[in-house]
Design a protein around this ligand. Sequence first.
Ligand code: FAD
Length: 413
Amino acid sequence: MATQRYLAAALERTMHPQPEHLETGAAPMRFDDTSIAFAHRSNVELKQARWMFSLIGAPALVRFGSKLLRVAVALRLPLRWVLGPVFDYFCGGEDIADSLSTADRLHQFGVKTILDFSAEGQTGELALDAARDEILATIRAAEGNDQFAFAVFKVSALSDNDLLEARGGTGRLSAIQKAAWSKVERRVARLCEEAASKNVRIMIDAEETWLQSAIDGLAESMMQAHNQTRCVVYTTAQLYRHDRLDYVRELQTKARKEGWIAGVKLVRGAYMEKERKRAAERGLPSPIQPDKASTDRDFDAAIDFALDNLDHLHIVCGTHNEASTARLADGMTARGVSPDDNRVAFAQLLGMSDNLSFNLAHRGFLSAKYVPYGPLLEAIPYLIRRAEENTSVGGQTSRELSLIRTELARRKS
Ligand SMILES: Cc1cc2nc3c(=O)[nH]c(=O)nc-3n(C[C@H](O)[C@H](O)[C@H](O)COP(=O)(O)OP(=O)(O)OC[C@H]3O[C@@H](n4cnc5c(N)ncnc54)[C@H](O)[C@@H]3O)c2cc1C
């Protein structure tokens, strides 16, 4: 099984070859060592995970289960006993204190933590201030603590979505909206100031296109303010958008010209269906690439571009894609960039692609996990998204399940 997966990854890499001048003969990055990938999981945990991934591998079951869960939440049924193992696998805990043991465990194997308070779509000034305070607490938890790589937040946790949309659209705001927008700017500024003063790097997640224009404006002004001599603030570029490779290039050009450092988390993008649907409903051209190959092409081009411009462009590679991850790791090796050079970091989600995170850390790369936390009931949409990502495509066993099976078989032999 592991050999099959390695061959598949190797085939994928020959389809996206490294530029010829980068071939150095250095050992390429491999992710098939499941003993490294799952060293942090006991046999009991792996068996539980095998059971869980087998269940969520069935698309019909996930569809039915998702509906059932929504009803159960509405009826306030006790769900901990059903969801407990899934929650524990994908989330750090219900609060920061609860998540520290996860951070500790990851760190024992060289993987760092990014505490992710995953509130989004908040409304009301009190809730927005409370979200800011919670994110401030994640920055303070990371201060001077080598277990943590970055802090992170979503602007939609700090602003009403309608306001973000209005600000990014025509930009014409009513007096009330203007006052609310100044508060959003102050919340974002407060978080970035705190991160800078505590020497904690902070990432701003990317969201839907109709919210993103306003987020871009905020992120750019924070980078200009805090990234003069070191890179504190990172924005996020979604390469499933056909305009984002150019955006990354322009950010770098601007940073170079004005003498600061652009920090960019590179991701493919999480809202494809929603984006396409909305564009179709409004008779607008879709902001999304025509196909997966185009997204992959731009993602890999962004990696190569960053590797050639690391003096003014620092990146976090947020992906579960093996070929892209290998491209970046091998690209660093080929260019003589040390694996622990902190201008480049790799990130995956807790419970996903451990073969990437732990094999990267094993080779000395800066590897980190998003560790989402929050009340179990509020984590349900997040857990459903993880289940949907792991349902079987075309009858194939999900990537996670096949890795877990390989490791269990290895431990038995
Ligand atoms: C650490 C981390 C942080 C993240 N932060 C963000 C964030 O801030 N904002 C955000 O939006 N997402 C974020 N994501 C999610 C990310 O954007 C992807 O949805 C997810 O990681 C799957 O993409 P992939 O590169 O891992 O893997 P792959 O399986 O190689 O790619 C799947 C992705 O390819 C794209 N794709 C699939 N089919 C098509 C198609 N037909 N046409 C065009 N494109 C297609 C989609 O983006 C899809 O999600 C983050 C992911 C990680 C791991």
